[in-house]
Design a protein around this ligand. Structure first.
Ligand code: HEM
Ligand SMILES: *[C@@H]1O[C@H](CO)[C@@H](O)[C@H](O)[C@H]1NC(C)=O
Ligand SMILES: *[C@@H]1O[C@H](CO)[C@@H](O)[C@H](O)[C@H]1NC(C)=O
Ligand SMILES: *[C@@H]1O[C@H](CO)[C@@H](O)[C@H](O)[C@H]1NC(C)=O
Ligand SMILES: *[C@@H]1O[C@H](CO)[C@@H](O)[C@H](O)[C@H]1NC(C)=O
Ligand SMILES: *[C@@H]1O[C@H](CO)[C@@H](O)[C@H](O)[C@H]1NC(C)=O
Ligand SMILES: *[C@@H]1O[C@H](CO)[C@@H](O)[C@H](O)[C@H]1NC(C)=O
Length: 329
């Protein structure tokens, strides 16, 4: 009796040890740079602040960069690589992603205090958090310890990133492919509470939507008129408007209130509330977030951490890039 109990205890201990060891190997931690780069958070925050002071939209652009990084080969800084196979030329990114020069500036500042220890992938994760906070959103502890990938994956960017024209089931499955569930889908799209979108990504809704001869019936008619004047047929597809028309630069839950009022800008925004599929999937979450800003903040933080955990390179995989745009020679 006694012997078998202590045997069981030994087995339990060994099992815990194995689980713990495996965990430590691939898990990110909040204090990863505590000894190797103690000023990291201050250095990054200062540069994000300067960039956002020059142009408030940069906060949104930096947040989006982290998202577009994580969905392709995990959060490995691959989105930052230049070259002919660059993800920058993928359909969702070209003429759209911005902030690469700001990331260079942050990286230079980090390298000058802690040379060769902080990955570009982690810099994106911290800059994204700081951007949310600077915009008035919630603060959370960023998990760190990612290493930088060795390849860009343009095909991966074209395949994995959701398109604003994707039906909801495709969007849900693209998030699921990254280990993200329905809560993550809705909470993370709440990032569209800040930033801008170009006419090119929503003008199909304004005049002859899906060959119906009329604008998208799930868009508020006043918003349709406003956007029709901004984005006339054959107009400049690069003109921009706010994704959250109520409070462009403020990270709040108004994005979800907009959806209840048919004021989503992208098809992919409005369908979270208005599509048939939303009834049994995302609609109730949109309603909850629209009347409970604290629930949105809390779920958004959790979901950012979930997204940031996508397939990290850790340990001795990958490298710490010196220049975020090129793999070390
Ligand atoms: C279904 C998922 C999503 C789709 C289809 C989508 C699509 C888009 C599109 C088309 C734009 C405008 C780009 C342009 O006009 O050049 C945009 C902007 C933006 N997206 Fe998303 N997005 C999605 C999810 C997310 C997520 C998960 C985040 C972050 C957590 C995010 C953050 C942003 C931000 C902050 C902007 C504004 C960027 C700026 O002003 O520079 N989006 N998104
Ligand atoms: C590129 O991304 C796709 C889709 O995630 C993946 O199947 C493929 O293995 C990736 N290729 C490289 C070279 O990483
Ligand atoms: C999504 O996963 C989180 C844990 O990360 C969980 O709390 C939440 O309930 C899940 N949501 C759904 C809709 O399954
Ligand atoms: C809408 O587009 C379809 C297909 O291109 C076309 O046949 C139809 O005439 C258009 N309707 C209007 C009102 O422009
Ligand atoms: C937007 O501007 C870029 C150059 O910055 C140009 O190559 C592209 O064709 C423009 N896109 C649209 C939709 O007008
Ligand atoms: C934003 O919404 C609030 C109500 O929630 C309203 O009072 C305010 O006028 C709106 N602001 C803009 C710019 O639409
Ligand atoms: C979804 O809900 C709307 C509004 O409640 C309703 O008109 C529509 O028929 C529903 N669609 C399905 C597939 O249940």
């Amino acid at each position: 009796m006694k012997g078998s109990r202590s045997q069981k205890n030994v087995i339990l201990l060994l099992t815990l040890l194995v689980i713990f060891t495996v965990d430590v190997k691939c898990q990110l931690t909040a204090n990863f740079y505590a000894t190797t780069c103690p000023n990291l958070f201050q250095v990054v925050r200062k540069q994000v602040q300067i960039a956002a002071m020059n142009e408030m939209r940069m906060a949104a652009s930096l947040l989006r960069l982290h998202f577009h990084d994580c969905f392709v080969n995990g959060c490995d800084g691959s989105v930052l690589l230049d070259g002919s196979d660059s993800e920058k030329f993928a359909f969702p990114n070209q003429n759209s992603l911005r902030g690469f020069d700001v990331v260079d500036t942050i990286k230079t500042a980090v390298e000058s205090t802690c040379t060769g220890v902080v990955s570009c992938a982690d810099i994106l994760a911290i800059a994204a958090r700081d951007s949310v906070v600077l915009s008035g959103g919630p603060s959370y502890r960023v998990l760190l310890g990612r290493r930088d990938g060795m390849v860009a994956n343009q095909t991966g960017a074209n395949t994995n990133l959701p398109s604003p024209f994707d039906p909801l089931d495709i969007i849900i499955s693209k998030f699921a492919a990254q280990g993200l569930n329905l809560t993550d889908v809705v909470a993370l799209q709440g990032a569209h509470t800040i930033g801008l979108a170009r006419c090119a990504v929503f003008n199909s809704r304004l005049f002859n939507f899906s060959n119906s001869g009329a604008p998208d019936s799930t868009m508020d008619t006043n918003l349709v008129s406003k956007l029709q004047s901004l984005c006339p047929v054959n107009g400049d597809g690069n003109k921009t408007t706010a994704l959250d028309q109520n409070s462009t630069d403020l990270f709040d839950n108004h994005y979800f209130k907009n959806l209840l009022n048919n004021k989503g800008i992208l098809v992919s925004d409005q369908e979270l509330y208005s599509s048939d599929m939303a009834n049994s999937t995302t609609k109730s979450l949109v309603e909850s977030y629209s009347n409970n800003p604290h629930l949105f903040s809390s779920n958004f933080m959790d979901s950012m951490i979930n997204m940031g955990n996508a397939n990290p390179l850790t340990g001795s995989s990958g490298q710490i890039r010196t220049n975020c745009r090129v793999v070390n020679s």
